[in-house]
Design a protein around this ligand. Sequence first.
Ligand SMILES: [Zn+2]
Length: 265
Amino acid sequence: MPELPEVETVKRQISPAVKGRTILSIESKDSRNIKKISFEKFKQLVSGDKILNIERRAKYLLFKLKSGRYMVVHLGMAGRVLLKPDKYVKIIFNLSGRKKLYFSDTRLFGKIWLYDKYPELKLGPEPLEKSFTLKKFKELIKSRKGNIKIILMDQKFIAGIGNIYAAEALFLAGIHPKRRIESLTDSEISKLYQGIQKALKSGIMHKGTSVTDFVGAIGEEGKNQNYLYVYGRKGKPCKKCEGSVDKITLGQRGTYFCPKCQHML
Ligand SMILES: [Zn+2]
């Protein structure tokens, strides 16, 4: 599933091409990704509106429209927002200046909503924003009990972290994924704070992690899979010690870690 770095990558790639353009018309091959309203209603409300800006919040893309409305896109498992079509295109936005924006999805878990104003999304803080300080992170940590990896992936705790970047952040911090959040020392909390930011920034710098379905806006794979320490590397040598990466199941998710680098205590 695309996480913060993948959605940020798409936002950065499509913004120059679509910002300031008017949505002239919308075509659909399959409109099941549009939620809460009919495709006819969606088309009627969005056609003629202008895309003022594209924002990202957690794993959501928010298209700010001139009418004040927001078109909100969640890629789900395998949704794609593209400037070049692929064979799974479901919805086509015909834009002014002969541009087109495509929404494609192989698995129908992607969602598109239309809101009258900026939506109230019940989400935790953005981990790469300046306001997300170590002090704030410590306060958040102290407010919770339970497994650290599962909590890191809770969008109401911190926004945008999923299975890949939670595993990477815990590796960078030297914390075993089975640890409970209330057992973390001050020094581990600081390392985790840095690990989260480092893992996410690496993902953005390398234009996303393409281990399953993720591609950027012109259909190109990201490169961050080549820079991962543990995710998807079961049995491969650890990049920091002489041991090898292991995989367990935690909260029903495959969880990668290095048993030598990541400590239980
Ligand atoms: Zn190791």
